[in-house]
Design a protein around this ligand. Sequence first.
Ligand code: GTP
Ligand code: MG
Length: 339
Amino acid sequence: MASIATDEKTEEPVGTDNVVKAKPAGNSKKKLLLMGKSGSGKTSMRSIIFANYLARDTMRLAATYDVEHSHVRFLGNLVLNLWDCGGQDAFYTNYLKSQRDHIFRNVELLIYVFDIESRNVEKDFEYYKGCIDAIIENSDDARVFALIHKMDLIPVEQRDKVFEERANLIKAHSQGLDVSCFKTSIWDETLYKAWSSIVHSLIPNINLIESNLNKFCQVCSADEVVLFEKATFLVISHARTKEHRDVHRFEKISNIIKQFKLSCSKIQSQFAPGTVGSGDGFSAMRVRNSNFTALIEEFTTNTFIMVITSDDTVQPAVIRNNIKEAQKHFDQYIKQIGI
Ligand code: GTP
Ligand code: MG
């Protein structure tokens, strides 16, 4: 049986490249609660985003016992302190009663996962409301994300309508809090869209990166430039000079490249048995067709960059040179994150 997580007492890291040991609390350490009924998919999404699981591997996950903590270093000084709260009834009673302060204090962000196929919607909302009350009481400035999950189980043509209805219900039970709702599934790129938005909302000084990425995009005469976090491949920031019709293109790329990185790493470990499958075998990629060139390169210590150009007079070597020149500057900007 697979298990990715750590136990509450030891707080040892899980086996991934971007997970670090617990550090003394500082401004840069953010407490994230991952809550929702048992079987809704919390540990699955955490394992895929932060511990290099493939979606099919999650079928072997056991139910989470009580709370599993993991500390994930995300961009330099930013450490995500994830509390994956097992969703069985007995645990919930504890979270809302005897452990109420301990669980809901100092929360930066609550991520509540709803299983769209749940047979007991009324009870789901009873728990949700309980958690919202506890958050308002203990961490009144926490942000709330609601993930309407397992959307792959709903026929494609009904997804938007089902999502709208459920999102309206969630808002009605949120005591006036401004809740961001996403439809998600571990089987497609929607998971990356939701988690990119979640981490984006946690990055202080994001404007500094955004404005410099805009300048970089113009200097390169690029159509678009996207910055990805290295280990998770979540989108941190993007800039563009041209419109693009596919609004889901970034999370599709996150999903594809993450899978590709994992495949590279598996092949690498076949040649060098015993190495960790963290995706380290991947460092750059160039895709070219008659319409555009896409360069994806390792950029700063914690990021990859993707530069898209449709102007075929712009040579890839020039872009690569620009990327190299920009590296040290962006390393500095990113170091300022979380301080
Ligand atoms: P507790 O630890 O008991 O609170 O449950 P959990 O919320 O952590 O659920 P878990 O991640 O263990 O997932 C339960 C089951 O749901 C697993 O078999 C997953 O493969 C499955 N699952 C997770 N996400 C999805 C999804 O998006 N779609 C579908 N169809 N199944 C999913
Ligand atoms: Mg779990």
